[in-house]
Each structure stands twice: as structure tokens, then as C-alpha cells.
Design a protein. Structure first.
Length: 135
């Protein structure tokens, strides 16, 4: 698999996270995001957003990494790298008007990273078990 196919989704998703984190609270309000989220409690929405954002990033990153280190080593690297990006995202939000960093956000990012990398690990493992032998 080429480098572009491996790393393109990772970099594109990281750029999307950065871009959405750059939106001020007023921009989010005018885009209708606040109106759409009023049907559920704000905590639920924040948790869901963090889990999806960083779960997808972890899955893309798990897919992009390839080395002979073993699945657990790759899983740990993905969780740590995704959590670090989540922490840097929270720090970035401290510079955006109307946004602020939060420790719970980092925790939800970490949970999303754990879920995303675990799903990617299971998907790859299952794919190898189901794929017919090419002998």
C-alpha cells in the first residue's frame, strides 16, 4: 500500500479536527450546530464528538502504521499518539474565542483512541482470519 493511501486519511482527519477546533463558539452557533445539539444534553454531545473524532483518528493511525513490533506495541503507540494529539487539540482551543481546554475532553479523546484502535485491531485480526489463503 502506498504512503499516500496509508497516511492520507490520517493527515486529512487531523486537519479536519484542527479546522473544527478553530471555529469560535459564535461560528458554531451561527452554523446551526448548537440548534441541532439541543435535542440531547451537551455532555452527551461532547462525549460523542470526542469519541468519534479521536476513535476515527486512532483507527486511521492504526491502519497507517506498519512494523514488525507486534499488535500490542502498535496499539499502545496509537493510543499514546492519538491522546497526545487530543491534548494538543485542547491546548489549541485555549486560543480560540469562546472555546476552552478541558481535562474531560482529553479523557474522552483517550477513550475514543482506545476504542478506535481496538476496533481497528479487531478488524485487521478478523480480516486475516476470514481472508482465504493464497497458496
Amino acid at each position: 500500500m502506498s504512503m499516500v493511501l496509508r497516511w492520507g486519511p490520517v493527515l486529512a482527519w487531523m486537519a479536519l479536527i484542527f479546522a473544527t477546533s478553530s471555529l469560535s463558539s459564535e461560528a458554531l452557533e451561527s452554523a446551526g450546530a448548537a440548534k441541532a445539539s439541543r435535542s440531547a444534553p451537551i455532555v452527551l454531545n461532547q462525549v460523542t464528538v470526542h469519541l468519534i473524532e479521536f476513535g476515527v483518528l486512532a483507527a486511521f493511525l492504526y491502519r497507517a502504521l506498519s512494523f514488525r513490533g507486534g499488535v500490542f506495541v502498535r496499539w499502545v503507540i496509537v493510543v499514546v499518539a492519538t491522546t497526545a494529539y487530543g491534548a494538543s487539540d485542547e491546548f489549541h482551543q485555549s486560543f480560540v474565542p469562546g472555546r476552552y481546554p478541558s481535562w474531560p475532553g482529553i479523557v474522552f479523546d483517550t477513550v475514543g483512541a482506545i476504542l478506535g484502535s481496538s476496533i481497528a485491531l479487531g478488524w485487521m485480526w478478523f480480516g486475516r482470519r476470514v481472508r482465504p489463503s493464497t497458496q
